[in-house]
Design a protein around this ligand. Sequence first.
Ligand SMILES: [Fe+2]
Length: 581
Amino acid sequence: MAAEEDKGVTQRQLSKHLQLSKQTSMSSMNRLNSSTGSKKTRSKNKDQHFTDVHGLPCIENLVCSVDESPEPITTTIAGNIPSWIKGNFLRNGPGKFEIGRSSFNHWFDGMALLHQFHIENGNVTYMSRFLNSDCYTANLEHNRIIMSEFGTVAMPDPCKNFFQRFLSRFELPKPTDNANVSFVQYKGDYYVSTETNFMHKIDPETLETKEKVDWSKFIAINGATAHPHVDPDGTTYNMGNSYTPKGAFYNIIMVPSKKEKQNDTLEGATVVCSIPSEDKSKPSYYHSFAMSENFVVFIEQPIKMDLLKIVTSKLRGKGISEGVYWDPKRNTVFHVINKHTGKPSLVKYYAKPLSTFHQINCYEENGFLIMDMCCSDDGQAINNYKIQNLKKSGNALDEIYNTMSRVFPRRFVLPLNLDSDKPCGENLNTRSNSTATAIKTDKNKVFCTHEDLHGDDLHEFGGLEFPHINYSMCNSHPYRYFYGCGFRHLVGDSLIKMDLQGKKITVWKHADMYPSEPIFVPSPGAVEEDDGVILSVVITPNQDKSTFLLVLDGKTFEELGRAEVPINIPYGFHGTFQHGH
Ligand SMILES: [Fe+2]
């Protein structure tokens, strides 16, 4: 009886919290991660080896804390940086992992450090600034971590008395404003984003933090992904969760392309469609979504967030990350929504359990939706990105890498019009040269299997993540090339260009060099898809102060030049190129 009462109270508390709190932040949780499910699952996975790699070099310095460099630093150019490249290559990522004597547990938790490579007339300067977030300021002020992050629980203030410390454990987790994932644009302005309800507007010229923006002030959502999609007219789409007494919802959001007033931020944002989570208190985690000309595809993958565990995480002294788990008993569901009408397709598309962080491209052709994305068969990867793991060396480091499933580019083909006369069991993917299948299993159900978007040779480079395309020319259209990082280590250790005609790869790889996600910048007036350059920041953790900005020819993938920065920079997550005028 007592147990029943306890349960009732807990459920009520959860329901109240879901109703009232606009804060829970998926976000933080949002960045996913693996985890717990059950002890049985955990031990099983511990034994699972996906590869048998030996002798990985130590990469401890990729997660070293650095000082900011707010004054532009001159770089040393080797080779030739094409003079037509003019603008700011902006990047975001964690740059401070210790505050006083306390340190963060997870790579995703480090304080956001914003980087700018200013490229003009063949020269490059570098500068960086820490994001002036509330949690950065508060942490520095107290000289210890006082705001919990995804994998780090802020400890109660030792200066409080015992009773105050006890009570502080009952506080709900507050969403972080440590926006360390990406640079994004809304209405022409630059913001840094994580996955909570908070973003910060940034001056891309100075990297100064201008304004903290709260999604939940404009629209009933608790956060938004760090990977919005943009239509050619500047209209931006994103996705975010909301928590209501009826359970959790996945929302598709639209932000208009233009400002009404000079200081506008997210004014005019609307919810295009709300999709209820099948399990009310355990929605799926998602890091991004796919978008074609007329549709948004929400990929409901079996990485689940246990909201009860998350809202009680502080009470239990656990990180939010421990409430996120892989549930491979569930299939993946593709929800196709008309982005103009907000209507979800009656047809539900299913696939076997997969995890995906980043989409490559998505387009409509002859009644089919072609959806390309980086996928893995296992959803537990992220818990491996604890700082303690990244600092390992020798066999212990090899062991971490070998127990992580590789990520590969895959294509799904979804038939948009389901003929009711078609018998079940038939493959509806009638596209020639496509090995993906789409089998009708019921009136409005289709089960999909993928086509590998690569040959066997990609295995030797550890798969591919951080995909990029010539976005302005090809997003939501048929395309031929994508770029990404190969993963023969815990972070990217090569750059790969994929030619989908023949699935041929070209690779840039050098020992002990760790390139960031490749960003394609088209040449002025380019007509061909790969006419331009690839920008990537290459970190050299075992060689002091030799980080460089790498410029590759988009066509040949050969090095055109590099700009060597005489300071150390930690490995970052995402970036963008701001074209100069
Ligand atoms: Fe991402």
